[in-house]
Design a binder for this molecule. Structure first.
Ligand code: ATP
Length: 552
């Protein structure tokens, strides 16, 4: 049955006196009778202002509002009638409760509407019973707990039998027990056919409860619709400072990993999701066989590659071995992303190394069903994006493919990295300057280098400097800072997984442009440590942590 429109707002504008920015800025929406609507949005996006307009407390300076098809009138009588039909429960009950006792408080509204004493008493008793208020009916309202005040504030409104109840953050400042009591009361309202409009920052609750979610942004509606549509819009959620509901995030992840079909109806709560998962276990069909019979797991370690055998053994192969030790149930595969290096060592040493695509084909031929791809890249840059794209094109060949993060992907990675470097160079004196050479890229992820350089200093290592060969922080900026530090000695080390070409030539080479030569020509005693990051135990452990996060 098509629901009738109960509230219609068109192009509402409202600016508070003395304010420059409008609180409502052309807001239009329509509310259907009997619906459960969650109004969400960042702090200050205009939710409360809109609610106050709905209840006639504020009058929009522009635009029109109508209730059941009749435009709002603002004379005293119309407002009284409107407020008996459109009730608002304020975020802070202290703004609403003013009578001496609970019983007086609740009966006040209905008496004000012209009910006789007997009717008011009867209605008050009924509502107090329904909302579990009776036991504290004689207490003064100011002496109630936050949860009890909220119950009374809701009773204040319900006793007038409104058509629509607006709740401004009903769970604000309530403990879980009172939150669930208030939620139960809200459910009873909607069961009784009352239209409920509530604002909340709780995505999980809105997702499981609402028929419709409206996201406010800067005084307008950014997006509205069914919860599964609105909460699937990551851009809108970000603009509204909201998280995705946990159930939906988990559901999307399971769909991406093809553990459940993307055609499955979206679960709205944990028990619906659980039911779906139970369903998969009962019918674990994959390629005509049951899943647990054929599950074969692999980790594909993807590196850029190096043509130097000695550093390859100490870095890339050492990382692969560490992964092998930590994941005994996984077969470890290797792929490199540099076709040039692959080609070079094929010709020179007759050694074949797979590209990502070749490794995916190889794993498929070996009957691997579940793949974790762990890049050994330092940052989440172009190489990593391209590698993911290549791997993704083989998604149909596997039951699941998941990706571990590159080395430096989060704040905590940076902290771990600082500790790994510090422990590697614990032999240095405070007057030595450690200068690390990263690769650098035009990709925005390059900012990680500057952030990490800052982190070293922040964690007390004023003598560790990180720069890049190809981007920022550049050698010029490093040189300035290192000179300001006035070190007794400069220790140069690569900040790349392998100590390859860049380390040998750009860092430690004899060419006047090499970092080594440049520090020397500044009169600084300079030494090179030819150790790739893959040789640091702390770095290898960090890759294991990232792979663990990606293992299903
Ligand atoms: N009484 C007031 N006087 C002046 N400005 C106000 C007043 N009330 C709200 N505002 C401003 O109007 C804008 C919208 O505020 P409103 O309270 O409607 O947002 P909200 O979405 O309900 O925020 P929250 O989630 O924090 O409750 C904000 O910029 C706010 O600072």
């Amino acid at each position: 049955m098509k629901k009738e429109s109960i509230i219609k707002a068109q192009n509402l504008c409202y600016t508070y006196e003395g304010e420059e920015q409008p609180a409502l800025n052309g807001l239009s929406l329509e509310i259907k009778q009997g619906k459960k609507i969650a109004v969400m949005g960042a702090n200050g996006s205009g939710k409360s202002t809109f609610f106050l307009c709905l209840n006639g407390i504020l009058r929009p300076q522009k635009g029109t509002l109508s209730f059941c098809g009749t435009p709002y009138s603002y004379d005293k009588k119309s407002l009284l009638a409107l407020r008996s039909r459109v009730g608002i429960v304020f975020q802070d009950p202290d703004n609403q409760l003013f009578s001496a006792s609970v019983r007086q408080e609740i009966s006040f509204g209905i008496l004000n509407l012209g009910a006789d004493n007997e009717t008011a008493l009867r209605e008050t008793e009924t509502i107090m019973e329904e909302l579990d208020i009776t036991e504290f009916q004689d207490r003064p309202t100011h002496a109630l707990s936050g949860g009890q005040k909220k119950q009374v504030a809701i009773a204040d409104i319900l006793v007038m039998h409104p058509d629509i109840v607006i709740l401004d953050e009903p769970a604000a400042a309530l403990d879980p027990k009172h939150t669930s009591l208030v939620n139960k009361i809200i459910d009873r309202m909607t069961d009784a056919g009352i239209t409920v409009l509530l604002s909340t920052h709780d995505s999980d609750y809105a997702f499981s409860w609402a028929d419709e979610v409206i996201l406010f942004h800067q005084g307008r509606v950014l997006i509205s619709g069914a919860p599964e549509e609105v909460f699937a819009d990551h851009t809108a959620l970000k603009a509204a400072n909201l998280f995705q509901p946990a159930v939906l995030a988990m559901f999307e992840s399971l769909c991406r990993k093809e553990i459940i079909s993307a055609k499955t109806p979206v679960p709205r709560n944990l028990s619906e999701l659980e039911h779906i998962i139970e369903g998969i276990q009962r019918v674990p069909v994959y390629g005509g066989k049951t899943m647990h019979h054929i599950k074969k797991k692999a980790i594909l370690a993807v590196s850029f590659g190096t043509s130097y055998e000695d550093t390859r053994k100490k870095t890339i192969e050492a990382i692969e071995q560490t992964l092998e030790t930590h994941f005994p149930e996984h077969k470890i595969y290797r792929a490199w992303t540099s076709r040039m290096i692959i080609e070079k060592i094929r010709k020179r040493d007759g050694l074949h190394i797979d590209t990502v695509s070749e490794a995916m084909e190889r794993m498929k031929a070996d009957g691997i069903t579940d793949v974790v791809i762990q890049p050994t890249h330092v940052i989440n840059g172009v190489e990593n994006d391209q590698m993911k794209e290549d791997a993704e094109s083989h998604r149909d060949s596997f039951h699941s493919i998941s990706f571990g993060a590159p080395l430096l992907t989060s704040e905590s990675d940076n902290e771990t990295m600082v500790k790994a470097v510090a422990s590697e160079f614990s032999w240095m004196s405070d007057r030595d300057a450690l200068v690390l050479m990263g690769h650098g890229t035009t990709h925005y992820a390059n900012t990680v280098y500057a952030a990490l350089d800052y982190r070293f200093k922040d964690m007390g290592y004023k003598n560790i400097f990180l720069g890049t060969v190809e981007a920022f922080p550049s050698m010029q900026s490093l040189m300035r800072m290192v000179k300001e530090f006035q070190p007794e000695r400069v220790i140069l080390a690569p900040f790349m997984i392998v100590a390859g070409d860049h380390a040998r030539h750009d860092m430690a080479g004899d060419d006047p442009d090499s970092w080594y030569s440049q520090f020397l020509s500044e009169g600084l005693k300079t030494e090179c440590v030819m150790k790739g990051l893959g040789e640091y135990p702390g770095v290898r452990e960090l890759f294991v942590t990232h792979a663990e996060e990606a293992v299903l």
